[in-house]
Design a protein around this ligand. Structure first.
Ligand SMILES: [Zn+2]
Length: 251
């Protein structure tokens, strides 16, 4: 049985060869590695060259706007043109960051950078990996009003379950991390229950949450309990969803 990890930052993992060996031993064979800022881009590409099964997502995360330098979007576009398998990520809105650094990272700046990257995703038909912290109304408006590729992923999803049907119509997949495990995370747990089987994904978000890809089989098992589904069937569906996402399914 194959497991996949739909959202990682393997470039930030300290002992990568050991982490990847443990992933392999746990049956985790496919990964998406997201950059957070431009200095990450070559590191993520190197990891994908070194480890089979790693797919690349390049972009600028809303927590890293202070790292932007002139011409970044042209350089990102060139890498997308040169590499048809590359996706966009990680992009989005983060209200906590905006409050910490309103001048450089305010929500208006974050929105502008997100829309630029969504435009590239639409132009080159690549899925994008979306981060959203405490800015759901605004991000839904952006999703509705901006051009989009056919599919995208809401990573470590924890919005209100009511957003799920609307986002499914827009082409969203929903990836869940270990944040759903504590029983008091009722909102996330409800989202997991209400996500259609053909839009469900799982992630370690390594090394955030102090997690690593080898945790994925355990997360799938917990999701199966919540959804009252057979873990084997769930694992197969999630793997199929992952492959469809990476290869840019049209809906
Ligand atoms: Zn991330």
């Amino acid at each position: 049985m194959n497991y996949c990890d739909a959202h990682t930052h393997l470039q930030d993992v300290s002992d990568l060869s050991a982490v990847m060996a443990r992933a392999k031993a746990s049956g985790v064979s496919d990964f998406i590695c997201n950059a957070t800022h431009e200095a990450d881009w070559p590191k993520v590409m190197d990891i994908a060259r070194k480890y089979p099964g790693v797919s690349v997502a390049l972009g600028v995360h809303p927590r890293f706007l202070h790292t932007l330098t002139a011409g970044w979007e042209k350089r990102l576009e060139q890498l997308l043109k040169d590499n048809p398998s590359f996706m966009i990520g990680e992009i989005g809105l983060d209200k906590v960051r905006a409050d910490q650094d309103p001048v450089v990272s305010g929500l208006d700046c974050q929105e502008r950078v997100m829309r630029l990257q969504m435009n590239l995703a639409a132009k080159y038909n690549r899925p994008f990996h979306m981060h959203c912290v405490r800015a759901w109304d605004r991000i839904l408006h952006i999703l509705k009003s901006n051009q989009r590729p056919p599919v995208f992923i809401s990573h470590s999803h924890h919005g209100n379950a009511a957003v799920i049907p609307k986002m499914v119509q827009m082409g969203a997949y929903f990836s869940y991390s270990a944040i759903f495990l504590p029983e008091n995370r009722e909102k996330v747990r409800q989202c997991i229950k209400e996500t259609p089987l053909d839009r469900l994904l799982v992630e370690s978000d390594a090394p955030d949450l102090a997690d690593e890809p080898a945790a994925v089989p355990g997360l799938v098992g917990q999701m199966a309990v919540l959804r009252k589904e057979d873990p084997v069937v769930l694992t197969k569906h999630i793997y199929q969803n992952f492959k469809e996402l990476v290869h840019g399914r049209s809906i």
